[in-house]
Design a binder for this molecule. Structure first.
Ligand code: ATP
Ligand code: MG
Length: 240
């Protein structure tokens, strides 16, 4: 039975989709059966990040509109994917989306739902399908504040099991102004830390090309550590 995990943030561009693809790849690499669902209606990106864009035929909107089955909407890969629809439809209700996700629970070990930015309609649909959440922030104070806001919203929706990912972390940032350290990010959001992903220029390159990031790149190593922590192993938060 899958753990159904929402990946959200509040603010845009914090690395939700990069985290979703990175953690999905890492868990799949360790033998888990993983499904990633893109919930960013109109602005989908997970198909590109997972290198599956050429294989997408249907999306979850097609399932809710009765144009295909859930199985037909699944794009099979190392990590399976269901793409996001190109535009909103009144049939895309939180209840209908939640029912679709739950119908796939028995087929996977993990289902990640990549939320759009913000805490409005798209976020509400994405969160309806989830049992747990990860909030992704960069170490800047604006992003950290919006992450705390997303956490409050999730709590109000009954999702109390929430963990924090600090993304694009730099031990020695070029610009220190307004950048918080790890403890400050935890204190400001009030969320328990799951992991830290360093700033990694190769991640940006791979997001454009759809290539798998190199095995020993800083972000791949970070996702591997986070995957181990998710499966209960004791590993350090950051590389020594
Ligand atoms: N750890 C990282 N190091 C360097 N670049 C990163 C890192 N994480 C993400 N990026 C880059 O930041 C940009 C935004 O990332 P991404 O699309 O994952 O964010 P998002 O939160 O999903 O955005 P949106 O809110 O628009 O959905 C992308 O160009 C991505 O390659
Ligand atoms: Mg995204």
């Amino acid at each position: 039975m899958a753990e159904i995990i929402l990946v959200s943030s509040g603010k845009g561009g914090s690395g939700k989709s990069s985290f979703t693809s990175g953690i999905s790849r890492a868990l799949s690499f360790n033998g888990a059966k993983v499904l990633a669902i893109d919930c960013d209606i109109g602005l989908r990106s997970l198909d590109l990040l997972l290198g599956l864009s050429d294989k997408v035929v249907f999306d979850w909107g097609d399932v809710l509109l009765g144009r295909c089955t859930a199985e037909q909407a699944i794009v099979e890969g190392e990590t399976d994917l269901i793409a996001a629809p190109p535009k909103f439809n009144d049939a895309f209700t939180p209840e209908a989306f939640a029912q679709l996700v739950k119908s796939l629970k028995s087929k996977y070990d993990y289902i990640f739902i990549d939320s759009p930015a913000g805490i409005d309609r798209g976020f509400q649909i994405a969160a309806a399908g989830a049992e747990k959440a990860v909030v992704v922030t960069t170490p800047d104070s604006v992003c950290v504040r919006s992450c705390g806001r997303a956490f409050d919203e999730l709590y109000a929706m009954g999702i109390a099991d929430v963990r924090l990912i600090i993304n694009m972390f730099e031990v020695k940032p070029v610009c220190k102004r307004k950048l918080l350290n790890i403890d400050q990010c935890i204190d400001e959001t009030g969320v328990q830390l799951l992991g830290v992903v360093p700033r990694d220029p190769s991640l940006g390159y791979c997001s454009v090309t759809g290539e798998t990031p190199a095995e020993f790149s800083p972000s791949t190593l970070a996702f591997s550590r986070i995957a181990k922590r998710m499966t209960g192993k004791r590993v350090p938060l950051v590389c020594e």
